[in-house]
Ligand binder design. Structure first.
Ligand SMILES: [Zn+2]
Length: 149
């Protein structure tokens, strides 16, 4: 699952979940992605939420493409938030924050040019798509209600 921050031509911002980057592209091209406020189909991606990569691959976590589609509200339900919080805490405690160099580092690790380790950081939608196309494993960290405070 990937959550995108989207914006329409009128400047409305909203969030939407997609099964994968390819799924977003497909829906976007067919005009299925619309602004909930004005129904505009002129939608563009805004900078993404923090992303995370595991150098050991996504063991235990299915690839985004294998997940069923879920209609999720922009804020996860309480039970889900608790599970996500624990997951996110574990990630934070077991990864190196590389900030805006995320895409660069993830690619280096994937191609064996940097030490194999877990990293986290931020990336743009374009960089994420490029990583995806190169087969670099990574995931998007969920945004939790407290992140927005
Ligand atoms: Zn709009």
């Amino acid at each position: 699952m990937i959550k995108y921050r989207l914006g329409c031509a009128d400047g409305h911002e909203f969030e939407s979940w997609f099964r994968s980057i390819a799924d977003y592209d497909k829906q976007s091209r067919s005009g299925a992605v619309t602004c909930p406020l004005c129904a505009s189909t002129e939608i563009s991606k805004l900078p993404m939420a923090p992303a995370v990569v595991s150098a050991r691959g996504n063991k235990g976590a299915p690839a985004p493409e294998q997940l069923p589609a879920v209609a999720a509200p922009s804020a996860p339900p309480a039970a889900m938030a608790t599970a996500l919080r624990a997951f996110k805490k574990a990630v934070m405690e077991n990864s190196e924050d590389v900030g805006g160099r995320f895409a660069e580092e993830a690619r280096k690790i994937h191609f064996g040019e940097a030490e194999e380790r877990n990293i986290r950081g931020s990336t743009t939608a374009e960089e994420a798509q490029s990583l995806h196309q190169d087969g670099v494993p990574f995931g998007i960290l969920p945004e939790l209600p407290e992140d927005l405070n």
